[in-house]
Design a protein around this ligand. Structure first.
Ligand SMILES: [Zn+2]
Length: 407
């Protein structure tokens, strides 16, 4: 199923003179800034988005985690993996303790169902767009909202840019979101370098560096999921020099990096530059479970917990968001139960409670009173709920709005 991220660390490991974490962080920050810059229209990198005027003035940020079982999260034994979600965030949140995926428990279909309010059964690998309109399209068409106000930033390799708009005849890509896959850019660059020969010596390191730069400078991002950047051929020179030195540092620093960390940083840049009214962030470090490492899966949960908390703190610190934003956090589904025929936590194919029932946390403006809601809600109920918060007119969907929110 494509390329594994450890290629990055393997390709870059063994380089002498590692400056350590801070330069990697600099790289990720700079990369995030550049990626966001590329998303702007041809006028350059400066300036923010133009907001449409329709709607409630409320903002929505949705963070989706990949497959996470209740056993490793909101359970007595799992709670230590989510110190932020179960601590600071839970105290001010509504926690829906039985949030159900009653559709296809594969990534593209699960996220499509959350975004459309209808259970989607399209191709599992994103070769076909959702069959009914996404929230992005409802929001943009009905309220005349600009594309720069709707973003999806995702780590998950099972997604494609088709996740940003449906094939519905009255809607479609002209009302879709900006869709960005930050990790693919880096992985593809490193894989190209690997294809060209072995790495580990100085010459190979230089080649990787060149490849990474070429990737960032190239105008054609087709095949990498960078459809949002069509038509952009040049980087702003100031940004280019920043990224070039950051890449140098990154290549010399080596060591593993997290796709979700990069996705977070790109999301932060998007929030700073565009302040989108509807932002969806898909983390997927937890999906390392498919390769069988329980320890890395749990590490992915901890990363997601930490990054979700950072997103919340960014919301609270940003005057464009503070006091007018509701944040939702939920897994796409659980994972199979231990002892199942599908290898337990490796997969998410079983028709079991462990796979179908997880949780959802909401915090921010629309939460009147923190608490735990025991009654079941379904993933398809989220789209009409978010549509209501954003001020969209009521629509005919399988999902029904969740009543506990203040609209
Ligand atoms: Zn998966």
């Amino acid at each position: 199923m494509g390329v594994k991220e450890p290629y990055i660390s393997r390709a870059l490991a063994g380089c002498p003179g590692w400056p350590g974490d801070s330069s990697r962080r600099d790289f990720l920050s700079a990369a995030a800034a550049v990626l966001v810059g590329l998303g702007l229209p041809s006028t350059g990198v400066a300036g923010g988005g133009q907001h449409g005027t329709g709607g409630s003035g409320q903002r929505v940020v949705v963070v989706i985690f990949g497959g996470v079982r209740r056993a490793e999260t909101f359970s007595p034994e799992g709670i230590e993996n989510i110190p932020h979600l179960s601590g600071d965030m839970l105290r001010r949140a509504l926690l829906f303790a039985d949030t159900r995926n009653e559709g296809v428990t594969a990534h593209f279909n699960a996220i499509s169902s959350i975004l459309t309010g209808n259970w989607q059964r399209v191709d599992d690998w994103g070769k076909v767009a959702p069959a009914t309109p996404t929230l992005f399209e409802f929001f943009r068409k009905q309220l005349r909202v600009a594309q720069s106000d709707t973003w999806m930033i995702a780590s998950n390799k099972a997604l494609t840019s088709l996740i940003g708009a449906s094939s519905a005849s009255q809607y479609g890509p002209s009302y879709g979101a900006n869709v960005v896959f930050p990790k693919q850019l880096l992985v593809a660059a490193v894989v190209n370098a690997l294809r060209a020969g072995r790495t580990g010596n100085l010459a190979d390191r230089a080649r990787i560096e060149t490849e990474l730069q070429a990737m960032l400078e190239a105008g054609n991002y087709e095949g990498l999921g960078w459809n949002v950047f069509d038509g952009v051929t040049n980087l702003d020179p100031r940004v280019r020099s920043t990224i070039e030195s950051a890449i140098s540092n990154f290549v010399r620093s080596g060591g593993p990096t997290s796709g979700d960390e990069l996705t977070y940083m790109v999301s932060r840049e998007v929030m700073r530059k565009f302040s989108p009214r509807l932002l969806v962030i898909i983390f997927s470090d937890v999906e390392v479970a498919h390769f069988g490492s329980y320890a890395l899966h749990v590490a992915g949960i901890r990363t997601g917990d930490r990054l979700a908390y950072q997103v919340w703190r960014d919301i609270e610190a940003d005057p464009e968001y503070k006091g007018k934003t509701t944040m939702f956090i939920l897994p796409e589904f659980g994972r199979d139960p231990d002892g199942s025929a599908t290898n337990g936590f490796f997969n998410h194919r079983g028709d079991s409670e462990s796979t179908r029932s997880t949780w959802m946390m909401a915090l921010g403006t629309a939460v009147e009173k923190p608490g735990v809601i025991e009654r079941p809600v379904r993933h398809v109920d989220l789209c009409p709920t978010l549509a209501g918060l954003l001020g969209c007119p009521r629509m005919e969907l399988q999902g029904i709005p969740i009543s506990e929110f203040r609209v």
